[in-house]
Design a protein around this ligand. Sequence first.
Ligand SMILES: NC(=O)c1ccc[n+]([C@@H]2O[C@H](COP(=O)([O-])OP(=O)(O)OC[C@H]3O[C@@H](n4cnc5c(N)ncnc54)[C@H](OP(=O)(O)O)[C@@H]3O)[C@@H](O)[C@H]2O)c1
Length: 271
Amino acid sequence: MKSKNDEAPAIEANGARIPLIGLGTWDLRGKACASMVEEALRLGYRHIDTAAMYRNEEAVGEGLRAAGIKREDVFITTKVWSSDLRAGDFERSARDSIDKLKLDSVDLLLIHWPNSSVPLKETIGALCRMKREGVARHIGVSNFNVNLVEQALKLSTEPLVNNQIELHPYNDQTKTIAASRKAGLSVTAYSPIARGKVKRDAVLSRIGKAHGKTAAQICLRYLVQQDIVVIPKTSRSERLKENATIFDFKLTAAEMKDIAALASPHGNIVS
Ligand SMILES: NC(=O)c1ccc[n+]([C@@H]2O[C@H](COP(=O)([O-])OP(=O)(O)OC[C@H]3O[C@@H](n4cnc5c(N)ncnc54)[C@H](OP(=O)(O)O)[C@@H]3O)[C@@H](O)[C@H]2O)c1
């Protein structure tokens, strides 16, 4: 895997090129969602994260069309929810997603959350079929721990390119990141600013002062500097720009170490 430092910095994994910054859209709906997506794309975002479960794929598609960006220049991720992991349900959900987005295919289709009551082999089989049938250009997983990543790798007949996990300075995902990368998967950090909690962090604020950046920007820089994709969500225009302006400075090794020290074993806030 390697990253490139051009206009939309990206990570390459198993044939996919994923922009390092994307817009998260969980809990954005309707017109508000469409206009944030449009605004983000106009500002230079080239990656949007949605999911069947967010019930906003129509709005994401609307924002995409309104921005007038060429389809091949935007990376769209969607996910199939854990209640739809039987093969037939999975395929119906994935096809529904592209219909709602009004796209021929998504760039990345993920199993949103594992479900131990459905054999993983069946779900991975359906996921691979969606790639072969052109519903998704690339496929991957989300909320998969080390053991599940290893199982998925054994079962998949198509390359898996990404594992989307909860990741911010307060939780330690070292093992899952290592297992994902060993399998050739890139890692996407969801809730990358810990649902806004980082804003009040003393360490991130102190480092921010030294760089003329906000605590949220320091947090996002900390992740992308490790080649981790980030998908912060915001409903505020001014924060769209703030969250994306993270490629014009570098954290020192000492600063990276101070931020890494914020992690604790029970630091998850979502999962
Ligand atoms: N795969 C999964 O299971 C999974 C789970 C959770 C999330 N996700 C994805 O990851 C995305 C991001 O995660 P998330 O929405 O949970 O959390 P997040 O992006 O870490 O945080 C979003 C919160 O932070 C606030 N915020 C945004 N920018 C800020 C800034 N610069 N300074 C201070 N506060 C700021 C937002 O408020 P305002 O809107 O007021 O700006 C919102 O309350 C989701 O939207 C979704 O696409 C995936």
